[in-house]
Every structure is written in C-alpha cells, then in structure tokens.
Design a protein around this ligand. Structure first.
Ligand SMILES: C[S@@+](CC[C@H](N)C(=O)[O-])C[C@H]1O[C@@H](n2cnc3c(N)ncnc32)[C@H](O)[C@@H]1O
Length: 277
C-alpha cells in the first residue's frame, strides 16, 4: 500500500474514477491515443514472462499491447470497479484469450503479478501518493532483466494550461502536488531499476473551449476527486481563477492545447533493497 494514503482515501479515489469512467473513455481516450501509441512503441520487454498493466483504466493500452504482443499473457489492474468493467468489455470485444483484468491498486501490483517480463503504465504514476514506493513494487513484480515503461504527466511548465491549472488549485484550494520526479529518479537504485530512456512526448489536444476542457477534467477525469472532497464552490472558484489566468489565450475556437508527457523506460537490474527473493 502507498505509505501515506489512508484506505478510505483510496476508496474515495476509486469511486471518483468509477463515476467518471464512461466520460473518461469517451472524451480522453481518443486524445491520449497518440501518447499511448508512442509509449507502446518504446516498450520492449524480454520474451519470457507475463506483461502487467497497473492503472489500466478503460484498457486502451491493453488493446494496443494485444496488437503488439498477441501471444503474451497480459494482466491489467485498476482499483475502480467501473474501469475494470470497461477494460474487461474491451478485452472481450477484442476476442483476446491472453489478457485479463482484475481489481487492484497500482501500488500493489506485486500482490497480483510475479516474475513479469514487463510493466506498462500510462498516466497513473503521477496520481499515486508515493510514486517511488510504486516503482519499488513494480520492480518486485518484475523478473531480473524485465522492463517497466511508464508514461505520465510530469510537473507542468508554469505557463502551460496544466501549469496554470496547478497554480489556480494552489491559490484557491491550497492543494499542491509535490515535485515527486527527482525523488523517484533518486530512488531507482534502491528499487533495483536502471533508467534506460527518459524523454518528452508532445501532442496537441483539441477542445471546444477551455471551459469544455475544465469540465472534462472535473466530470470525466482526475479533478472529480477534488469535487467530491471540497465541493462545487471550490471547483467553480478554481475554474474562474484558471480561465482568468489564461487571459486572451482562452479566446480561440476550437481550442488547441499543446501538452507534454514524460516517458521512462526502466530495466530491472537487481532486486529492490530489503526485498526477499
Ligand atoms: C488517468 S487514468 C489512466 C487510465 C489508462 N491507463 C489510460 O492511459 O488511459 C488513471 C487510472 O489509474 C487508476 N489508479 C490506480 N491506482 C490508483 C491510485 N492509487 N490512485 C489513483 N488512481 C489510481 C485509476 O482508477 C484510473 O483508472
């Protein structure tokens, strides 16, 4: 379990993801696709062992992995019952006999999967309360020589739309995501992982307007948890502050928003420190 996240918080987070699952799949899946395609291209696990997909959401990356590795066993997990249901539906529709999806938290992958050749994670690492602990857990799930590939949202540049949103949340709600990437990189050795690739992946998301994007982040994405925790007054105030900070940039229609993801490819070179093996 993530060390500083209480079980009831995890339940609330999972329920928040369940309530947005359908909207996430409709709105975000097509926009994320080019980023997932790039990350799947970069994922080259060794031949022996299953492939694990923590935080699989509706399963878009599972389908891409099935295309690339049709004969390999794929075990996908997600803590949200609704996301698991979507992912199972996608696997069924694809007629795949080699993939399965089960309930589970990303930080607890090693309780479900052992001796994996690969762990593939998309847009989940940045949501976890302790990404370094999750990387140790993913290393525990891997066999020596196995590969973990993670694509995630890095700390955004302050002028980007995500950066301005983070500032608005800090100003209005007093909540700030810690700068976890340097600590996670520093903890790789302890996790028995070596960084093989670290790159930025760019694309442009198109939205009807910034207001539509904000609605999709709240009603179909990660800010649903903020709405559940803090209520609509806080979320409306964040929206107003963010739109104000975008200034004249917010005026164009459709609204094109350049985004930057970060891609890590990690190889397991040793057992994590302190782990029995
Ligand atoms: C942004 S979605 C990404 C879904 C999918 N991998 C994709 O790329 O479209 C994040 C997913 O991580 C899952 N997740 C797993 N463990 C989590 C945790 N401890 N906290 C928050 N979300 C978690 C959520 O339920 C959600 O389905």
């Amino acid at each position: 379990m993530a060390r500083d996240q209480a079980p009831q918080d995890l339940r609330a987070v999972s329920e928040a993801w369940s309530s947005v699952a359908r909207g996430y799949h409709e709105y975000w899946s097509p926009r994320f696709r080019p980023l997932l395609v790039r990350a799947v291209e970069a994922f080259e696990p060794p031949p022996l062992g299953p492939l694990a997909v923590p935080g699989c959401g509706p399963g878009d990356e599972v389908l891409l992995l099935l295309e690339k590795f049709p004969l390999r066993t794929i075990v996908a997990t997600d803590p949200s019952a609704e996301m698991v249901s979507f992912c199972r539906g996608a696997i069924r529709k694809a007629g795949a006999a080699t993939a399965l999806c089960t309930l589970g938290r990303a930080e607890d992958l090693s309780s479900t999967v052992h001796q994996a050749a690969g762990v593939f994670s998309s847009f989940t690492l940045q949501l976890l309360s302790d990404p370094s602990a999750a990387l140790i857990d993913w290393s525990t799930a891997l066999r020596l020589g196995g590969i973990a590939t993670a694509i995630f949202w890095p700390r955004p540049s302050p002028e980007s739309s995500f950066g301005l949103l983070a500032s608005a949340i800090k100003k209005v709600a007093g909540e700030e995501r810690p700068d976890w990437e340097p600590g996670a990189l520093a903890s790789l050795e302890k996790a028995g992982l070596a960084l093989r690739r670290d790159e930025r992946v760019h694309t442009t998301f198109e939205h009807g307007s910034p207001g539509e994007l904000f609605g999709a982040i709240v009603d179909k994405g990660p800010l649903r948890a903020l709405l559940d925790r803090r209520g609509s007054g806080v979320v409306d105030a964040v929206r107003a502050e963010w739109l104000r900070s975008l200034g004249t940039r917010a005026a164009t229609r459709p609204w094109k928003d350049p985004v930057e993801a970060r891609l890590w490819v990690l190889e397991k070179v040793a057992e994590p420190e302190g782990e029995a093996h």
